[in-house]
Design a protein around this ligand. Structure first.
Ligand code: RIB
Ligand code: CA
Length: 313
């Protein structure tokens, strides 16, 4: 039984490996579409990168849409310092073949979710939540088609990676995140507390490089580029490989652990804007609204990733 998913993303090298992992598992994940959002780099580049990845995977059956070019209220912040000016630096990308769909990404989300059966589609969000929030605002009825939203974002005891309090995906659009976390939808969050336990070490990258296919060459090049910023920042052996954790969770949830707690988003304080305030020890009476994952079988994760990247061209 395949799971129907829509990937909402701001590629980004880690987004790239998440998208490739999903596209390499057609018997497990029915990827209905990829919707790009502004985040790591501006929307013209995130949509181009999503199309590049569809080309690389050979899965030209998967349509790519462009969603929102800016957050709901705040000015866009991007992360070229981490991802490079293309957003997927580290590989020499050929000319793109996959076309961009004409329909706007938010309108596509609404149309697809209204046409879906009840709780038919899982949304996998790898970037800021702007597209999702705008769809829910524009057409609240589309919530009926959403089974679950599995998100990479936020931090608990790990704090933030863009400010001391805030992780990038949430900080870019905290107002969108606030709408999603107050939506009463089934939510699963993959925060920095988990992704910082899944490091793209040189040995793990070398294994991907040795796959012998173009996908392995591209992913190893992207990861070696992606590593340079975080290895220097954290003094770690490798960068946290954030976004593929979302896809791996859907494919092998038993590799993950966590608990359901209350998560709320700071949308006012200049000091802690974009903070995911998690009541981990249930010291308030705020209702639990999100399952937060904080443990992963890191070796199993990279086994899953390497095994599936090997299946692509
Ligand atoms: O903070 C890490 C997240 O922000 C990842 O999704 C990365 O791709 C960026 O979008
Ligand atoms: Ca991302």
């Amino acid at each position: 039984m395949t799971q129907a998913i829509i990937i909402d993303t701001d590629p980004g090298q880690d987004d790239a490996l998440a998208i490739l992992l999903a596209l390499a598992a057609p018997k497990v994940l029915d990827v209905r579409a990829i919707v790009a959002v502004a985040g790591n780099v501006p929307l013209p580049l995130t949509q181009l990168n999503a199309r590049r990845l569809v080309d690389l995977s050979g899965r030209r059956d998967v349509p790519v849409y462009a969603g929102c070019a800016a957050p709901m209220e705040r000015p866009l912040i991007t992360a070229e310092n981490v991802h490079g000016h293309t957003g997927v630096d580290g590989y020499d990308w050929p000319d793109t073949q996959t076309p961009l769909q004409d329909q706007g990404g938010v309108d596509f989300l609404i149309e697809a979710l209204l046409a879906a059966g009840e709780r038919e589609i899982t949304l996998c969000t790898l970037g800021p939540l702007t597209n999702i929030a705008m769809a829910l605002l524009k057409e609240p009825r589309c919530a009926r088609g959403i089974n679950e939203i599995v998100m990479m974002g936020g931090g608990c005891f790990e704090g933030g990676n863009t400010t001391p309090a805030a992780e990038f995906n949430i900080l870019v659009d905290p107002h969108a995140a606030d709408i999603v976390f107050k939506s009463s939808l089934s939510l699963t969050l993959i925060p920095l507390d988990l992704t910082h336990k899944a490091l793209a070490t040189p040995a793990r990258i070398d294994r991907i490089a040795a796959l012998g296919n173009e996908t392995g060459k591209a992913c190893a090049g992207m990861l070696r580029y992606f590593n340079r910023h975080d290895v220097e920042k954290y003094g770690s052996e490798g960068a946290p490989l954030h976004d593929p954790c979302v896809i791996a969770y859907l494919m092998q949830p038993d590799m993950f652990g966590g608990k359901t707690v209350n998560v709320e988003i700071e949308t006012a304080s200049p000091l802690t804007m974009g903070m995911t305030v998690m009541d981990w020890w249930r010291v308030t009476d705020r209702a639990p609204n999100c399952t937060v994952m904080n443990t992963i079988d890191a070796d199993g994760y990279f086994d899953l990733l390497s095994d599936h990247l090997a299946r692509l061209p």
